[in-house]
Design a protein. Structure first.
Length: 119
């Protein structure tokens, strides 16, 4: 489940998230404690700066605050489709904003963001 969440946090490809949800549901069905979902795109975005201190600039912090709210909402209610939509929209907006503002100083972890989806 964690590897699927790691993949989703980088690629934002919903098939990885759905696979993690399926593993979570199987664990719950087998009477395991409800494992928490931990999407961590914000951490990945923060580590995508060529110079880590840039992540502490006011503009970057504002962007990460918005992403953090969407990420926490999704983690709190992982099966809520509107939370997923909101998270994906916010993650894309933050990525585009960081790329526009910081150019080559921020490397988008999702390298296919601006290409049409084939799915």
């Amino acid at each position: 489940m964690n590897s699927e969440l790691d993949s989703f946090s980088v690629t934002l490809n919903k098939k990885h998230y759905d696979a993690a949800l399926q593993v979570r549901d199987e664990l719950k069905a087998n009477n395991f404690e409800d494992p928490s979902m931990k999407v961590h795109t914000m951490d990945i975005y923060k580590k995508s700066f060529t110079f880590p201190q840039i992540a502490h600039n006011d503009y970057a912090v504002e962007q990460f605050d918005a992403l953090n709210v969407a990420e926490q909402n999704l983690n709190a209610d992982p099966q809520n489709d509107s939370q997923m939509e909101s998270f994906l929209k916010t993650a894309d907006e933050v990525a585009n904003n960081l790329k526009d503002r910081y150019k080559e100083q921020w490397v988008d972890p999702k390298d296919d963001r601006n290409t049409p989806a084939s799915e």
